[in-house]
Design a protein around this ligand. Structure first.
Ligand code: DGY
Length: 323
């Protein structure tokens, strides 16, 4: 029997590509360029499985209907707002993602940003590199401590819970969260989390606000000018979720005016472009979507896709099936 043909839209860790090549006829994107919609649509017509990432806009025009050969879209990533899941469902195409394996890496990065902004690490690093450090002084570059402060989390899934555990047990922070559904008592108790049904109330109470909700139309600009105005004057916003959750222009205006103390962003509204008004600000730390970027996690994500493909082509339900 011929082996299924699969296409990876980007280069994956070598160990995963080698693993997949043992089971499948794999087409790799040799120079790792972001593929165009036309290239991805062609891949859907010529491969049994196509495996996109967060950089690929997998809309109805890419998924297509006529002459589509692909029966599964194996997303390399947990977030799948870039995939039109409904269009896949209509076309009878299975969709999978990679939950769990990037929880720790992403929570680590949320804490990285939290600390960097609170302790002004980006600003300090830029000063040292610019050879502009005048030397130690009691009043120089004063930051904020985490201990005893309230970390408000919007969304309380796996990554938010892991972030809360680090913040609470590692840094003595108080945890509050807002989410469509309240979590069971055992999950709340593990980090002494307080449930706050109102997003606005959570924002008003938080010293640090960290976003952990999915992207997509339902959360587009959830953090807008009006909600930023509700934040405490010294508050810090952290976004490791999706860029579209925050109105970047409104955030840049609030940061420029010093209405909030700072922000740490790993994701952007139209990646890889970053709102120009943010680029010149000292009180924002900007990272290039590094949430899952550890060697261990990127391999684990690829192996998770492999597991889903293996199940699918064995005629079973893939463990991480979304559609
Ligand atoms: C995801 O998996 O959704 C991340 O944003 C990319 O790794």
């Amino acid at each position: 029997m011929s082996r299924p043909h699969i296409l990876l839209t980007r280069r994956w860790p070598a160990a995963v590509e080698a693993h997949l090549a043992e089971r499948y006829d794999v087409t790799v994107n040799a120079d790792d360029h972001p593929m165009s919609a036309a290239e991805m649509a062609e891949a859907m017509r010529t491969h049994d499985a196509v495996c996109p990432t967060v950089t690929d806009i997998f809309d109805a025009s890419v998924i297509g209907t006529d002459g589509v050969r692909a029966r599964i879209v194996g997303n390399y990533g947990v977030g799948y707002n870039h995939v039109d899941v409904e269009a896949c469902r209509r076309a009878g195409i299975t969709v999978t993602n990679t939950p769990d394996v990037l929880t720790d890496a992403t929570a680590d990065l949320a804490l990285t940003l939290l600390l960097m902004v609170a302790r002004r690490a980006g600003e300090g690093e830029r000063m040292v590199r610019a050879d502009a450090w005048p030397g130690w002084a009691p009043t120089q570059m004063i930051g904020r401590e985490l201990n005893g402060k309230t970390l408000g989390l919007i969304g309380f899934g796996r990554i938010a819970q892991a972030t809360a555990a680090r913040a609470h047990h590692g840094f003595g922070m108080r945890i509050a969260y807002s989410a469509p559904r309240r979590q069971p008592a055992a999950i709340e108790t593990a980090v002494l989390a307080r449930y706050e049904p109102s997003v606005d109330a959570l924002i008003e109470q938080s010293d640090f606000l960290s976003l952990h909700c999915p992207g997509g139309p339902a959360t587009h600009h959830l953090i807008n000018a009006e909600r930023i105005a509700r934040m405490k004057p010294g508050a810090i916003l952290i976004n490791t979720a999706r860029g579209t959750v925050v109105d970047e222009r409104a955030l840049a205006a609030a940061l420029a005016e010093g209405r909030i103390a700072g922000a740490g962003l790993d994701v952007y509204e139209t990646e890889p472009k970053v709102e120009p008004a943010l680029l010149g600000l000292e009180n924002v730390v900007l990272l290039p979507h590094l949430g899952s970027a550890t060697a261990e996690t990127r391999v684990a994500m690829g192996m998770r896709v492999a597991r889903n493909l293996d199940a699918f082509f064995a005629g079973e339900t893939p463990p991480d099936r979304i559609a």
